[in-house]
Design a protein around this ligand. Structure first.
Ligand SMILES: Nc1ncnc2c1ncn2[C@@H]1O[C@H](COP(=O)(O)OP(=O)(O)OP(=O)(O)O)[C@@H](O)[C@H]1O
Length: 483
């Protein structure tokens, strides 16, 4: 199989040297991502595009999925490639590929050409279109809205027949912009704000303030791992887990109720800025949006900003909640967010909407900053790729099995789409489907005399969910790996 990868238009208008650099980075990124799927994948640079080839056709869907989630790609064309000698040769290749589809249909031929040729693009369109029309029983040539549009690309002596055009993600290739540290809480907003920076070409590292024990961490890790795995797996990134309960406890004890929210955010920014500095990162990202909760006012955001000189970016600041939710649905983080409990322990009854700097400083003077130093020191730094391994250590009690006992039931926790597209079939065993986002609410309804073997594609999500269910007190759980 072969694909021609077209770059995001904002890249193609850049100077030649910048363009070349970005294409080269994209080439490396695509290679890294495809290597996880298909060892034989080859990615070659060609003018302003990449040509991707893989030998194993059974991996086609996975390759299409990976390319459609790689930042920097505007669209990619699924093609058949041929060498040709003359116009008639182009016609013959096209007829062999499309002849059978033409019966009774109106059609047109569209050609794009690069390089020196003895013919123009229009001459090719006429020659090939005329030949097809003469030699097949078609509905005739129609240039506007034909039943079938045949797209050809000609480059020097190569002919590409385009069989499908896939939309890409757009944006810039990952790592062509600087790194950011995204404050991720597991809700709708911070998943979307993280995604927006990945799409814009930044390596997004994650900073998580734990307010709700192991289950909170499991939930947030799932979202971060999902985002990285789907959109950013060409680069390794860090996941930082900060034990924030002592900060919350100190705030609850010392800070005036109305100012708790603003002070909590300022504490988060202090810690995040400190961690970012150690990573040489210039900017923090949050999912805050103006007015979304009553305390997210410009006054409060400004007071939060002034706690650090580090740039704080809020890509959702003017987005409507519905648009954020729609984006979360499109990128696949909605289900995680929907099942995430509200962990924020510092919810004031009446949060101030107009925090005054002097009052905030007065409140913060009661705060024991040694606690802040301690949580920074106790922060756990993880390579996001190790989340799977570390989870394995944490869930030692959750067995990973391959052979099945009679009272064991396989529980496919993948999304309904994955479950339908690639059904799991295990000879002699029933497979029950309960998507991961329903586990929290519906696992308890299952027959608890059975043992459930959680299954997902890569084994990471199933381990995280097993840990989560263990946390909730269920012990009849194992993880199932198909091979
Ligand atoms: N526990 C946390 N760990 C890391 N970042 C956090 C945490 N809580 C909040 N944040 C950051 O602060 C932003 C605003 O959080 P807040 O709780 O006010 O709003 P939210 O609408 O609940 O956000 P989200 O939907 O992202 O959870 C979040 O988008 C996130 O970037």
């Amino acid at each position: 199989m072969k694909f021609i990868v077209k770059l995001f238009p904002e890249i193609t208008i850049k100077s030649k040297s910048v363009r070349q650099r970005m294409i080269k980075v994209l080439q490396g990124n695509v290679r890294n991502v495809l290597r996880r799927i298909e060892a034989t994948a080859r990615v070659r640079m060609d003018w302003d595009k990449l040509v991707v080839s893989c030998d194993d056709d059974s991996k086609r869907d996975a390759v299409v999925e990976a390319l459609s989630c790689t930042p920097g790609i505007q669209a990619f064309l699924e093609v058949q490639e041929f060498r040709y000698h003359d116009l008639h040769d182009i016609y013959l290749h096209t007829a062999a590929a499309y002849g059978d589809q033409l019966a009774g249909k109106t059609f047109c031929v569209r050609v794009k050409r690069h390089g020196q040729h003895a013919f123009t693009s229009i001459e090719v369109e006429r020659y090939v279109g005329g030949g097809l029309n003469q030699n097949h029983v078609t509905g005739g040539v129609r240039l506007k809205k034909p039943d079938l549009q045949i797209n050809l690309e000609i480059e020097d002596d190569k002919l590409y027949l385009i069989t499908q055009i896939h939309p890409g993600l757009g944006g810039y290739p990952l790592s062509t912009q600087e790194d950011v540290l995204s404050l991720i809480s597991g809700g709708f907003d911070s998943g979307v704000s993280s995604y927006q920076f990945i799409k814009r070409g930044c390596r997004v590292h994650y900073c998580f303030f734990n307010l709700g024990g192991a289950a909170h961490e499991v939930g947030v890790k799932q979202v971060a791992y999902y985002l990285w795995n789907k959109f950013g797996a060409s680069h390794k990134v860090k996941f930082l887990a900060v034990p924030f309960e002592p900060i919350v406890a100190e705030i609850l004890e010392k800070i005036d109720n109305g100012h708790m929210g603003v002070v909590l955010k300022r504490m988060m920014m202090r810690v995040a800025a400190n961690l970012a500095e150690r990573m040489n990162i210039e900017a923090l990202v949050t999912g805050e949006s103006l007015g979304q909760v009553s305390s997210q006012t410009l006054t409060n955001l400004s007071v939060i900003d002034r706690v650090t000189e580090t740039l704080i970016l809020r890509p959702l600041v003017t987005m409507d909640k519905q648009d954020i939710v729609d984006t979360a649905r499109r990128i696949g983080t909605l289900e995680f967010a929907e099942t995430m409990p509200e962990y924020c322990g510092v919810i004031s009854n009446k949060p101030t909407v107009k925090a005054q700097m002097s009052k905030v400083l007065e409140e913060e003077s009661k705060f024991d900053f040694a606690i802040l130093e301690r949580v920074i020191a106790e922060t756990r730094w993880m390579d996001i790729r190790d989340i799977a391994n570390q989870t394995r250590e944490q869930v030692q009690e959750v067995e990973t099995v391959q052979a099945l006992l009679a009272d064991e039931v396989i529980l496919d926790i993948r999304s309904p789409d994955d479950h339908e597209d690639r059904p799991l079939v295990v000879a002699g065993h029933a497979v029950v489907h309960l998507p991961f986002y329903k586990l929290a609410t519906q696992f308890g309804d299952l027959d608890q005399s059975k043992t459930y073997l959680l299954y997902c594609d890569r084994g990471v999500m199933s381990k995280l969910q097993a840990l989560y269910l263990k946390e909730k007190g269920f012990n009849n759980i194992k993880v199932y790996r198909a091979n």
